[in-house]
Design a protein around this ligand. Sequence first.
Ligand code: ADP
Ligand code: MG
Length: 525
Amino acid sequence: MSEAPILKDTTRSSGREALQKNIQAAMALASAIRSTLGPKGLDKLLIDDEGRTLVTNDGVTVLETAKVEHPIAKMMINASSTQDRIAKDGTTSTVILAGEMLQNAWQLILQGIHPSTVARGYRKSEQYILQCMSEIKFEANENIKNSVVKTSLAGKGHSSMQETIARVSLDAVRMVAEQDSTVDLSKIKLISQTGGRVEDSKAFRGLMIPKKRISSNMMKTVKHGKIVLVDGGLEKSNVATDLKLNVTTVGVLESFRQEERNMLKRQVDKLIKNNVTVLACRESIDDDIKNYLAENGIQAFRRVARSDLNMLARVCNTNLINSIDALTTNDLGSFISSENTTIDGKDFWIIKGDGNAATIIAKASTADFVSEVERCFDDSIGVSIHLVEDGFVVCGGGASYVALARRLRRYAETIPGREQLAIEAYADAIEVIVRVLAENAGIDPITTLLDVVAKQTNNDSDYIGINLSTGRPSDMVELGVLEPQGIVKQAIIGATEVAISVLRIDDVLWAKQEMQMPDMPEDGM
Ligand code: ADP
Ligand code: MG
């Protein structure tokens, strides 16, 4: 059959060849981050185009920083980013799971099973184990929640750093949750500072902005008032810079300036009329108007970042306006208190609104370390939100995956035909987490897995996973190695989605350039 003219400039691979190449790409990517999984996972040193370096243990960071060309590898990275966005954790697991699902699928395809049969079996498996989650999850008390957040930081930093980050993140999330049952991530602000110990990081109530009011004549603290947020400034008109003034009489210039001041005054009068007591502008506020604002009891802040203004809008239940001239009563926000304070010698404006918010001041000793600390906070805030909103957890250390795989094997026996093989392959695939955790700790992966499975079955317990310090199967509840159920659920959903999408592709049309493969995993296929 001759190629359609439209495909002239494309490289085409189809059928089994296309699938094999795609699966290879997926496996190569999974093997690239395999060694970072778990508390004994190693770090990766990443170097970008400009030679900047970054040391991290975070799967999604490795993947998002890597320059990856292959579209299937990109699909895997997207799944990991989605996991990061939705669940904030489990990003490495998602990619490892997807890679393993595809590797096992390939073995079945080699035996003559059609990819769509495998895909159907995988979908059934996913649906079945998601139902089984309710059998293995349990509700966490407050102590357990702390362990859960700590587990999410496994392998990142030292133990007392994990302790602090977990405690501070949970504190911040609880502050926001006092009012809302669902916690809006955007109501938690993270300010990072270099110099100091991570252990001195702290959560504060309210939104904190590293700013000082523009004049010390203004009140330091204002309570229960109205706020206006301007996505612009309170300045003399810019037109003046382009204007040519013919100064013929003494006083013309002065009267021109006076008119400009009056214009600013008129804007402030509008604020006064609306009982506004706090003003925040993204751009500047003219020095000439400072005193007039102060005299009229208005606390003002200039050059406030747009991101902070947006947070202020959420916390004070209002919106940004372009200029004070456009102010209507709908644009007035309300707050409980607005105060100026100094913390460790730095100025902060702390505003508490009708909506709860929290600010975390994260400390780290060096600039390199600060970004790793920020990523840890990102993860643990995400995990804390899961916990505060849902509160159901499952065991880590691979325990929940083994518990689900055991159930899945029993289910497979009830499914006639070739799909049964796919369901068994899926059960094998999700056990990869135990194997990789063991591998990274230098423990024999196969024996470990078999021991964990045997102990779960003999003790009739879903809580047995791998204790990485002893290399023996142990009760993960006793060890405090626990994860929010939502993260495991999302990892299963994300990984299955990628695996099935890859299995559905049987034709790859590649524009002009040659297909570039990522490096092959060592064990090949
Ligand atoms: P991910 O990006 O998938 O979250 P991590 O590197 O954070 O990857 O590793 C998470 C895995 O490590 C989870 O399966 C978790 O249960 C496991 N884990 C964390 N701490 C321990 C521990 N102390 N013992 C055994 N497993 C652990
Ligand atoms: Mg993690």
